[in-house]
Design a protein around this ligand. Structure first.
Ligand code: OAD
Length: 233
């Protein structure tokens, strides 16, 4: 017998922001097509060429000002506001479109473009100037800010909280992610291990598609609002 759904964990990836005009990572027009991951998304790259890395993230941060949440972000915010059980939206995205749509029970496991991390005093702060201009940290006044982004080889944020939510959820939903990057790609197997139902919504089957009980293929902006209405019925 299918268990009743009280607790939901939702994982989102770049595909949910694609219809807003934010580039995804993989595929023909993907961000990683124009750059080698090793050149812009590792601590070693930052040590080697900090200006190149800061400019890459400065450009992506500037782009955020030109894009808006789409119906998929909005539908998830509506679900968050209305859902009486536990709900955790875990995004791999470093854009702020879930935040702007109004999602509250939200966690950015790969960091945020609008946040800076001071390598001198360890404080986090909002970003008001391009980091390639070497602004001072508002806390210690040193020009030691790096993007608050989880790079390859670094540990994603709040993994303990995520693992606990996966163990307690009745439904795990993955939206707009290729399933190519761990640990996020393994969440479906963790959730299933603990007995959750699993649903994937993506443009095409992800690398872990076979682990999902149900797969819905199509655009997030069309699929997610329909699914949210089903959940709120
Ligand atoms: P990817 O670019 O790897 O995958 C995006 C997925 O979204 C693909 O499977 C597309 O088919 C799908 N997609 C594209 N448009 C869509 C749409 N309109 N509706 C639904 N799905 C759509 O992006 P992620 O899986 O998010 O990590 O990548 C995971 C991580 O890899 C990122 O967080 C980033 C990257 O390296 C870090 O920077 C640490």
């Amino acid at each position: 017998m299918e268990r009743e759904i009280h607790n939901i964990v939702i994982l989102t990836g770049a595909g949910i922001s694609a219809e807003s005009g934010v580039a995804t990572f993989r595929g023909p027009d993907g961000l990683w097509e124009g750059h080698r991951v090793e050149d812009v998304a590792t601590p070693e790259a930052f040590e080697r060429d900090p200006v190149l890395v800061q400019k890459f993230y400065d450009e992506r941060r500037a782009k955020l000002k030109t894009v808006h949440p789409n119906p998929a972000h909005q539908a998830l915010a509506k679900l968050d506001a209305a859902w009486g059980g536990d709900l955790l939206l875990v995004t791999q995205n470093v854009d702020d479109l879930h935040d702007r749509a109004g999602s509250k029970r939200l966690l950015h496991m790969h960091g945020e473009l609008n946040s800076a991390w001071c390598l001198n005093c360890d404080a986090r702060s909002g970003v008001s100037h391009p980091l390639s201009h070497h602004p001072a940290c508002p806390h210690c006044k040193q020009p030691a800010l790096r993007p608050d982004i989880v790079w390859f080889g670094e540990m994603p944020y709040q993994m303990e909280r995520i693992e606990l939510a996966l163990a307690q959820c009745d439904l795990f939903v993955s939206i707009g992610t290729s399933g190519a990057v761990y640990p996020a790609a393994g969440f479906v197997q963790s959730a299933r291990h603990y007995g959750a139902q699993t649903l994937e919504m993506n443009l095409d089957p992800s690398e872990g598609s076979l682990y999902f009980h149900e797969s819905r293929m199509g655009k997030a902006g069309e699929l997610v609002p329909v699914w949210v209405e089903e959940m709120l019925k």
